[in-house]
Ligand binder design. Structure first.
Ligand SMILES: [Zn+2]
Length: 90
């Protein structure tokens, strides 16, 4: 998970693209078998890195770019993942 340094929102990977991104912006996400979120952008699948986020993702809460840091709050992350998994499977 990534957190915005400006507004402290935790990204839920409802990805918004930086204005300089040139692709078609077809975006989807799922969890792989290691319980990592995997993102597909224009047919290219990857586990998002901090570099990717800072190059391509805009914070949808405050509109800032280059604002991401890792969020290592394990309990919160676990709870969110369980919630997300419920949504996916149900
Ligand atoms: Zn923000």
């Amino acid at each position: 998970m990534f957190r915005c340094k400006y507004c402290k929102s935790v990204d839920k990977f409802e990805l918004m693209f930086a204005p300089s991104y040139n692709g078609n912006r077809n975006f989807s996400q799922h969890y792989n078998n290691r319980n990592q979120i995997e993102i597909s952008v224009d047919g290219y699948a990857f586990v998002p890195s901090l570099d990717f986020m800072n190059e391509h993702a805009v914070c949808k809460y405050c509109g800032q770019t280059y604002t991401w840091e890792y969020e290592f709050e394990n309990e919160r992350r676990k709870r969110k993942w369980e919630k997300t998994e419920d949504k996916i499977t149900n």
